[in-house]
Ligand binder design. Structure first.
Ligand SMILES: [Zn+2]
Ligand SMILES: [Zn+2]
Length: 318
């Protein structure tokens, strides 16, 4: 049986300020989506807005998946300070909280996956269809407003001691603002108009934040309920192929829970993992090193395990 570490929290109840901030960062992008749709009604979305939206979405998801997740939370690779700054800034622009909060919460998710203490499991509400819906809602976004506050010192002491990370964490609101100003400026410059500036702000700022939010949160919710489980991990994580395009490889989530510290989630040739490709490219350019990959992971899948008696790596290690 997997030993259950004690749950360390900074506050037993939600922090009111944090809850209000979470509400603003959830509601504002959704309002932006409504405004963007209203403005696009009858005329569609132009190539400049579409280009800014897609480009900013890709950078945002990579900031979260390559930066916040694989580098800062799991130390799956080491990187040049300039790369760490870029990844932390891009991840912060996704408006999912500062890097210390994100990494500590995520490490706690691995320490207690789908058991009491997991900040966002969809499986703590009982059985039945309604319980499943409630669980999915909690894992997707509800957890931001409920429950306790994860202790940064207990789950991210290494990052707290890292002066670069600490400084980047302190400047979180500057990066958030940049995530709105940069697409607005791009839209204005590319179209040489104030209207282009507004549309850049809406599509590249607010709609992009909405898309990246739900791309990340879908891994927390859907990838613990639907999909395949090639590895017999102690949690209920799954691989969900149709989320690969929006998660850029993060939705090979059962692979990830089986091998949390790996830089690549792809263990089969057909498992497309663009985030892993980015890390490999950084490595090839000499900007990343100590890139961690498991030895022959596909031989540890459930079918293969019975053939050779091998056991999957235990989920919960960082
Ligand atoms: Zn998970
Ligand atoms: Zn993880």
């Amino acid at each position: 049986m997997h030993p259950s570490p004690s749950i360390v929290v900074a506050r037993a109840a939600p922090d009111p300020l944090q809850s209000r901030l979470a509400l603003v960062t959830v509601i504002t992008p959704a309002a932006g989506v409504v405004a963007a749709i209203v403005l696009a009604w009858g005329r569609g979305i132009g190539p400049v807005e579409l280009g800014i939206l897609i480009g900013m979405c890709a950078l945002g998801v990579l900031g979260v998946e390559v930066g916040f997740h694989r580098h800062f939370s799991h130390r799956a690779f080491q990187a040049h300070p300039a790369v760490r700054v870029v990844l932390a800034v891009l991840g912060s622009m996704a408006a999912q909280g500062p890097v210390l909060f994100w990494a500590a919460t995520h490490r706690r998710h691995h320490a207690f996956s789908d058991r009491p203490g997991d900040p966002h499991t969809p499986h703590d509400g009982g059985e039945g269809f309604l319980a499943l819906l409630r669980g999915l809602w909690h894992a997707h976004v509800g957890w931001l407003f409920q429950g306790d506050v994860t202790d940064l010192g207990a789950y991210a002491p290494d990052l707290l001691r890292d002066r670069l990370v600490f400084r980047l964490n302190q400047l979180y609101f500057l990066w958030l603002l940049m995530g709105l100003v940069v697409p607005a400026a791009l839209g204005g410059l590319l179209t040489r108009s104030w209207k282009g500036c507004l549309l850049g702000f809406l599509w590249g700022g607010l709609v992009r934040t909405f898309v990246v939010h739900h791309a990340t949160w879908s891994v927390n919710s859907l990838c613990h309920v639907f999909g395949s489980r090639p590895f017999d991990t102690p949690d209920r994580s799954t691989n969900l192929v149709w989320l690969v395009p929006t998660s850029l490889g993060g939705s090979w989530h059962n692979n990830h829970h089986a091998f949390p510290s790996t830089a690549s989630n792809s263990f089969r040739w057909w498992q497309i993992d663009p985030s892993g490709w980015v890390i490999r490219s950084l490595q090839a350019a000499g900007l990343a090193w100590d890139v961690r990959v498991p030895a022959q992971p596909s031989q540890r899948e459930r079918g293969a395990r019975s053939a050779n008696g091998d056991q999957p790596e235990e989920a919960g290690s960082r």
